[in-house]
Design a binder for this molecule. Structure first.
Ligand SMILES: [Zn+2]
Length: 1014
């Protein structure tokens, strides 16, 4: 053997020559990445060196064949011993030196040459004596482990290739790798283009490979996707792409956008054909390290596997939320915003440009459009090159003109969707209730057309045409929760009024304006709550019914006048008691106060608040008596059943009262004054007085709410406990004072209370006078006891209204042409003050005019209809129908660049998908229509539900984002259209995949390994 080896070696040169050649090579050879060096046992090499320096061919120092035996663990595997040290255990010689030595001396039979590569490690070049030794196995069979060695400079793809070869993986399989270290944690080897070193793979670690399932899922995540049996899922073979997306909680916006993109043929084919694998960009700082693209690919592959009724896009949602925190959580979002984010994220994740160069943008400076546009597009492509740019990006021209120096600035900018405005109607339809002055007329609901930018007076003018009531006699109010949310001035803008507001317009009585008080009238019902212990009466109130606005002469604001007025005003649904009804109330009068009667009431906020009756007492007197019979009524007051009728006697009586008490305060009728307004009450009041005999004059004023007095919020410490008769203030009543009595008094239907705009009573705003003071708030409430309300207030009647004929006319749904929207997009506009343009000539910001023009259009054209309109003053959703063509949308008229040659693609587009939004500004639901690329059938995607759709269903006022595909790129459907005649047939919506797949976990055989959680 030895002889043979020696014979095969070339005849070596003289020893001196050998020594010189080798030493020279060792001295001069530099480490160069990728070069091969060889490991040689140091003792053999020293032996050779001694031999070459001193000996001759027959010397005892002859080294013999190169022998690395001492370097090996054993002579079976020829694995290198661990922790060998250079220049102690071995020397490294460059390839040329090795080959010379090998030629001169040969090698011990069977030993492999120890060739090692020079690797370029961070900051150092070195010969990689020890490559990385890795265990390899398939996810499907983790017991079959093989060992292989890789250089630290090998990329992960080399491992994948080696594994595919070693495990005979069918070509074309989509694989992904995980690395598992000794602590059992697993991590995806996402980027197959990075090196073993950069992936932190080291000796002793295991690389596991899995192949994508035929249903688009991965074995490692499948156990959680599968809810039931594998068989159930595997049995489904639907049309690829016809697949729902499970709603994860307000994620219909995402599902809608995904369905539109999924049915965009060039993008879906790009993913289905695995083209994305070669283009994943893991290093782009603007991207998501490939994760969005991968997550998107996973969703698409599952949707197009034909194996699922519905897919759970949970991992995708998590990734989106991870990179765009606005999409975290489960609020409703805008499908267009998501689409915009997704197109951008996919683009950067798939950007073929790894290092973006800085490019200074040049202004057009009068150069021809063709040149500037070409330059802009080339510059864009130098930094942005991806399937998204290929398919979705177009170019528009933006022209700014300075209003001062007329500098014209032209730039060309890329876009990946067009956001086109909808023509905003200058008019607006409002629905309002008109409340006539005539108390017996029911409110009428009108539909009026007003200028959108109009004022409240325009609304009144429009109503005037229908009602023949002068606009000046109207007041407009927003009613909310039985109170006036806002009372508008005639010159206020109509934009303050939202469509959902309940607007009431009240006809006012004519009269000299300056002498009128505009009184807001609320209806309140008392709670039964009484606090007898606190020495004050108190009750809570709640508002009910419709408030009213009415003009009241300032001169007639006494309680009784108001009582009478209100009773009259409410006549349609407040019944006036007839004389036979008992309306008296027995009241025990304990003590008289020296002052006017006080009444404590609560406003519903502070129940124990006491109030002082600012008006007088006498009128209220009546209620001394319990509600016994009114048989004692003297009938002086005519018990008119009609409010109108009541008024006269009441006022007459009031005047009497004034006279009698001499106070001159109109509102303070003398004790003899029968109840305010109400004839009945007047009579019963008198009756009550009669019952009280002497004390009639004293009129037991009862703190009870029945009094028609307007109380102020002034706190009155002297207020009486409810039920006590407070003395009536009038001077003539002295005798009554301080006497306890039982009286029968007339009971009023309600009492009147000054309140604030909320309908609650406030302290300190009233005055002590007997008249209602409207200094700051012309709001009063009439307070009802529940039983009185039940008896005299006709709730049913109160709610009645009639519809004006204007309501019968069906509202015309505004329809606009898509072309109009595109024209608007290209209309010259003046920049807004918040967003001026810096004029390089004037050297300052200017409100330039701006015009956009379309220059070139992409293969897939996304048109976003700007239905959500936000301006400084208004936020609204425009629900006009946009008439968009399903076929042959021709853009040639909108393109600034006229077709220069026949080679240019035509500008005709067919619709392929629509994202729909139903509902209003804040809420709503998203769905989509989309056309399957394989069978050309339209489908309606509503989260996990998919149904057939027909073309005539697609154009609705919900259409929000439109997807068009250029005709020259549309391929004929590979399959015939499925049952086109049964448009209502519904696919099963069995949510096979409804269980979670949050964590990707290896299969059941090794479920203890958590591979990755999101
Ligand atoms: Zn300028």
């Amino acid at each position: 053997m030895t002889a043979n080896s020696r014979c095969s070696a070339a005849e070596p040169p003289g020893l001196e020559t050998q020594r010189r050649e080798i030493e020279c090579l060792l001295r001069e050879c530099e480490l160069r990445a990728g070069d091969s060096w060889y490991v040689v046992d140091r003792r053999w090499f020293e032996q050779w060196r001694e031999f070459a320096e001193t000996g001759d061919q027959n010397s005892s120092s002859f080294p013999g064949q190169i022998d690395n035996t001492e370097l090996f663990e054993d002579l079976d595997s020829y694995r290198l011993k661990e922790r060998l040290v250079e220049n102690e255990d071995f020397v490294l010689v460059p390839a040329e030196a090795w080959h010379k030595l090998l030629a001169w001396y040969g090698m011990v039979d069977g030993q492999p040459p120890l060739e090692r590569k020079v690797v370029d490690l961070p900051s150092t070049l070195k010969v990689e004596v020890y490559p990385v030794e890795i265990f390899l196995c398939l996810h499907s069979n983790m017991d079959n482990v093989i060992t292989d060695q890789f250089s630290r400079t090998d990329n992960i793809h080399a491992i994948q290739t080696a594994m595919c070869r070693a495990f005979s993986v069918p070509p074309g399989s989509e694989c992904r790798l995980w690395m598992k270290s000794s602590d059992s944690s697993c991590e995806r080897l996402r980027n197959v283009h990075i090196s073993v070193l950069d992936a932190c793979l080291s000796s002793g670690m295991t690389v596991i490979m899995e192949m994508r399932n035929s249903d688009g899922t991965w074995p490692s995540s499948r156990p959680q996707i599968m809810r039931n049996s594998v068989e159930e899922q595997d049995s489904y073979r639907g049309q690829p792409g016809v697949c729902g997306l499970t709603n994860l909680g307000n994620t219909c916006f995402m599902n809608s956008a995904l369905q539109c993109l999924s049915n965009t043929p060039p993008l879906t084919e790009y993913f289905l054909q695995n083209s994305y694998l070669d283009e994943l960009n893991f290093t782009n700082p603007l991207g998501m390290k490939g994760e969005i693209a991968e997550a998107y690919a996973d969703v698409i592959k599952q949707m197009w596997s034909g194996r699922h009724y519905s897919v759970v896009p949970r991992v995708f949602k998590t990734k989106v939320g991870h990179f765009a925190s606005q999409f975290l959580g489960y609020q409703q979002h805008d499908s267009q915003e998501l689409l915009s984010f997704l197109l951008d994220g996919l683009h950067e994740d798939l950007n073929r440009v790894k290092n973006k160069e800085y490019i200074e943008l040049r202004d057009a400076d009068g150069r021809p459009d063709q040149e500037v546009a070409g330059e802009a597009w080339r510059n864009h492509r130098r930094r942005n090159d991806s399937v998204i740019v290929d398919k979705f990006h177009g170019l528009f021209k933006s022209t700014l003109v300075c209003p001062e120096c007329h500098k014209v600035s032209v730039t060309f900018d890329p876009f990946c969707y067009l956001s086109v405005p909808l023509p905003v109607s200058k008019e607006r339809v409002m629905e309002v209730f008109f409340v006539f002055l005539d108390p017996h007329a029911k409110p009428v609901q009108h539909r009026v057309v007003v200028p959108k930018a109009g004022k409240v007076s325009d609304l009144c003018a429009a109503l005037s045409d229908m009602t023949s009531v002068a606009p000046t006699q109207m007041v407009v109010a927003d009613v909310f929760n039985h109170r006036f949310y806002k009372i508008y001035n005639a010159d206020e803008s109509l934009s303050c009024i939202l469509d959902r507001d309940d607007i009431f317009v009240y006809e006012l009585a004519q009269g000299p304006q300056e002498e009128q008080v505009l009184l807001a009238l609320y209806l309140r019902e008392r709670s039964h709550y009484r606090d007898y212990g606190s020495g004050s009466s108190s009750y809570g109130t709640s508002l009910f019914g419709h408030p009213l606005l009415l003009n009241v002469p300032q001169s007639s604001c006494s309680r009784e006048e108001l009582y009478s007025l209100f009773l009259q005003r409410l006549a349609r649904y407040v019944r006036t008691p007839d004389p036979s009804e008992e309306l008296e109330e027995e009241v025990e009068e304990e003590e008289d106060d020296e002052e006017e009667l006080y009444k404590s009431q609560t406003n519903g906020i502070s129940d124990d608040e006491q109030e002082r009756a600012e008006a007088a007492g006498p009128s209220h007197t009546p209620n001394c008596g319990g509600s016994s019979s009114n048989s004692q009524s003297d009938g002086t007051a005519a018990p008119d059943s009609q409010p109108d009728g009541n008024q006269t006697p009441a006022s007459a009586e009031r005047e009497d009262a004034e006279t009698s008490n001499g106070s001159g305060i109109p509102a303070d009728p003398g004790p003899s004054d029968p109840g305010p307004s109400g004839g009945n009450e007047a009579s019963s009041a008198e009756e009550g007085m009669n019952a009280c005999a002497d004390q009639s004059a004293a009129g037991c004023t009862e703190a009870a709410p029945e009094q028609p007095c307007v109380t102020t919020e002034e706190e009155n410490t002297e207020s009486k406990q409810e039920g006590a008769c407070s003395p009536s203030p009038p001077p003539n009543e002295n005798p009554a004072k301080r006497r306890a009595c039982r009286q029968r008094r007339k009971k009023n239907l309600f009492t009147i209370q000054a309140v604030n705009s909320n309908g609650t009573t406030e302290r300190g705003t009233g005055d002590g006078g007997s008249a209602v003071s409207f200094s700051s708030q012309p709001y009063v409430a009439i307070d009802w006891d529940p039983d009185m309300k039940k008896r005299f207030y006709n709730e049913n009647e109160a709610e009645k209204y009639v519809k004006h004929s204007s309501m019968e006319v069906p509202q015309q749904q505004a329809t606009v042409q898509l072309q109009e929207c595109i024209e608007l997009f290209t209309t010259v506009e003046t920049l807004e003050e918040e967003n001026p343009w810096y004029c390089p000539v004037c050297k300052k910001h200017q409100l330039a005019t701006k015009k956009l023009d379309l220059w070139s259009l992409p293969e897939v054209l996304i048109i976003h209809l700007k239905r959500f309109s936000y301006t400084k003053f208004t936020r609204e959703k425009l629900d006009s129908i946009v008439d968009f063509p399903l076929r042959d949308l021709d853009f040639s008229d909108f393109l600034l660049r006229k077709s220069l040659s026949s080679e240019e693609p035509p500008s005709r587009y067919d619709l392929i998908a629509v994202s729909n939004h139903y509902g209003g500004l804040r809420d709503g639901h998203y769905t989509s229509y989309a056309k399957n690329k394989d069978n050309a059938q339209w489908y309606y995607f509503d989260d996990s539900k998919v149904t057939y759709a027909s073309e005539d269903q697609i154009m609705t006022n919900a259409a929000y984002v439109l997807f068009y595909h250029r005709q020259d790129k549309i391929r004929k459907p590979a399959l015939p259209s499925p049952l086109t005649n049964s448009a209502s047939s519904t696919h099963s919506t069995n949510n096979v995949a409804s269980s979670t797949d949050e964590g990707e976990v290896l299969g059941a055989s090794s479920s203890y390994i958590t591979m990755e959680t999101d």
